[in-house]
Every structure is written in C-alpha cells, then in structure tokens.
Write a protein that binds this ligand. Structure first.
Ligand code: NDP
Ligand code: 2PC
Length: 318
C-alpha cells in the first residue's frame, strides 16, 4: 500500500504559525552547532535557458520534536517577476522520508514554508544578537515575498515602534505598507523613498532582494545595528558593501555551507547556533552584527516534520 501524502500550499498555509516556526528554526540552528544535524553543502544547477537556479538541499536533523530526514528542491528564478503573468521567483517542495526505512512519506509544498522559515531564522538571529539593545526602528529593504514575511514575523516577535519599508519599485512598497497597516490596524509600517533614508537610524535592518550591488553602505549605519542579509542563492553577500563585513561580527546559519558559498568573503564567521547554545559569547552593545542567512536544509526538515505532524493530527480529528 502506498501511503505517500501530498500536502499542498493551501493546506501548509493554514497550518503555519509564527511561534511553532520560530521554535522549529531555533532548534534547527542550535542542533547545527551541536553536531546534531547532517547537511552536505547544497548543489546549484544553473539552467542555461533562463536565469533559473535549482538548489538541492538534503539534510537530517536529530531531535525528538522536529527531527527529520528530508530534501528540499527549490528554484530561484528572478525573471519570473517580470513575466506578463508574474510567478513567484522562489518555488520549492520538500521530500520527507521515514528516517528508519528511507521510504518517502510526504511531498510537502515548500514555497510558503521557505518564506516563513527564512523570516523566522532572521528573527531567531535578531533575538540572540540584540540582547540588551533597544529595538525601536526596523528597516526592511525589499517588498517582495521575503520582505512581506519578515515584516509579519518581526512585528509578531518584537515591539518595534516603526517598521520602514523601501523597495526599488516604490509602488510595491506602498502597496505592501498599506496592506500591512490595514492587516495590523496600525500606522507603524512606513514607506521610504530612498534606501539610505530607510536604514539611517534603524536598530535592525533586513535586506531581502536580488540586488547584485550593495544597497547598504557602512557610513549609513548606527553603532550597534544588527543586519539580517538574506538575499542569497542567485547572488551571495552582494547586498551589503564589503566594508560592512570587514567591520562587523558576521554570523551564518551553517558554517560548513558558508565555507563553500561565502568562500570569497574573507572574514571570520560565527555560527548563530553557537550563540543560541551559549558556546559563543553574545556581541557587545556597540558592535555592528550581520546575520548572513544562506538558508539551510535542516530548517526545511524541521518545518516538514512540523507540518506533517500537524497535518496527521488534523486528519485524525476529522
Ligand atoms: N537566505 C534564505 O534562506 C533565502 C533567501 N532568499 C533570497 O531572498 C531574496 C528575496 O526573495 P523573495 O522575496 O522571495 O523574492 P521576490 O521576487 O518576491 O522579491 C524580490 C525583491 O528583490 C528586489 N530586487 C530585485 N532586483 C533588485 C535589484 N537589483 N536591486 C534592488 N532590489 C532588487 C525586488 O524589487 P522590485 O519589486 O523593484 O523588482 C523585490 O523587492 C532573494 O535573493 C532570494 O534568493 C529566498 C529564500 C530563502
Ligand atoms: O534556502 C533556501 O531555500 C534558499 N536560499 C536561497 C534561495 C532559496
């Protein structure tokens, strides 16, 4: 008998919530630093017909609540945004296997999961790297899917008084700001005309774009600011000017993966899981910090396990 489940985007979206996503990702990051995660550096296959890149992300996470054996297949296709009928630029599915028999248990739609788990990873990094700092102003550069999920996650987890959003195409930032203020019945989401103005004075910055050239400069930054740089895959570490990396404490999700994917960066990298586990000291108050998010396989394994368990529980109730 074939018990393979397919869990589609609509079902996944109904099952997702921020608190469980945060927990799953916090555990995935900590297990990575504690050697309770196996994830080979992922592969990148460039499609010659388009600007599409296929990433294969296999992993195994050893944890009672969120442990799983899985593999995410995800494409990044920036050109999809410019089609006459635009499509998402990130498209993903996660295969979840039985970790004893190796049998495939479920194929889970992973595009929404990728939005949520990436924003949750930035929220976890921000929590551990900003201890003792006052967080009043958040600046988000990029009003695409990740800009949107970061705005939702950060307003859920942190008491920011102002959340600024800038986008290359201003109309998209205005539309997102309107929708967020309406959704949260607030006026704290604000649209900014320039990236420089948007980040000036911010306590936390998120960069969530496909920019191939820096969109944040070192002399725009306030002392002690924390930056989550999440643009990755097509271009790596291109959103921040090189002198930001040279003068900051830089953390990654997965040090082994970063050795390959950030080989040219040339700075010392800490693993965020080490700070979560208490093996690395937290940064000092005036230190600028960067969480350079790559995205890692065991985040998706933890999320696949979470969604699979919630789905099975829901089916048993019906
Ligand atoms: N670290 C991780 O785990 C993950 C990282 N990502 C990465 O996050 C980034 C955003 O993804 P997502 O939100 O899903 O994509 P979307 O297509 O939804 O949004 C892309 C955003 O990038 C902006 N952009 C594109 N090119 C440029 C440019 N040259 N300069 C400035 N802004 C630009 C777009 O602006 P405009 O509207 O003007 O075109 C838009 O705001 C990508 O780099 C993606 O690979 C995605 C998933 C996981
Ligand atoms: O981890 C991930 O899913 C991705 N990282 C870059 C593009 C997609």
């Amino acid at each position: 008998m074939n018990n393979l489940l397919y869990i589609n985007e609509e079902t996944v979206t109904k099952l997702l919530n921020w608190d469980s996503t945060f927990k799953a990702i916090e555990i995935a990051l900590e297990c990575t630093a504690k050697n309770r995660a196996i994830q080979s550096p992922r592969t990148f296959t460039k499609c010659p017909k388009t600007d599409s890149i296929l990433l294969t992300m296999p992993g195994y996470l050893d944890n009672d609540a969120f442990g799983a054996l899985g593999c995410k297949l995800v494409t990044a296709t920036p050109n999809n945004a410019t089609l006459p009928q635009p499509l998402p630029t990130i498209n993903a599915h996660i295969m979840l296997f039985d970790d004893v028999t190796g049998v495939l248990k479920a194929v889970i739609a992973g595009t929404e999961i990728t939005k949520w788990r990436t924003a949750a990873a930035s929220a976890v990094a921000t929590k551990y790297l900003t201890r003792g700092k006052k967080l009043k102003v958040l600046a988000i550069l990029g009003a695409g899917n990740q800009g949107h999920s970061h705005a939702l996650a950060f307003s859920h987890f942190f008491p920011f008084e102002e959340i600024r959003i800038w986008n290359r195409n201003k109309y998209k930032a205005e539309t997102l700001v309107r929708a967020l203020n309406l959704f949260a019945n607030t006026g704290k989401f604000k649209c900014y005309e320039s990236n420089k103005e948007c980040v000036t004075g911010a306590d936390v910055i998120v960069t969530a774009t496909f920019a191939a050239q820096p969109i944040v400069e070192r002399d725009w930054l306030k002392p002690g600011v924390h930056i989550n740089a999440i643009g990755a895959g097509v271009n790596h570490y291109s959103e921040l000017s090189p002198d930001i990396y040279n003068t900051s404490d830089v953390y990654v999700d997965h040090a082994e993966g970063a050795k390959v994917e950030l080989a040219g960066l040339g700075v010392k990298l800490g693993e965020i899981g080490g700070v979560i586990a208490g093996d690395l000291p937290p940064p000092t108050l005036n230190q600028v910090t960067v969480f350079q998010s790559l995205g890692m396989a065991v985040e998706d394994c933890a999320m696949a396990r979470l969604i699979y368990d919630l789905y099975v529980k829901q089916c048993q109730k019906e």
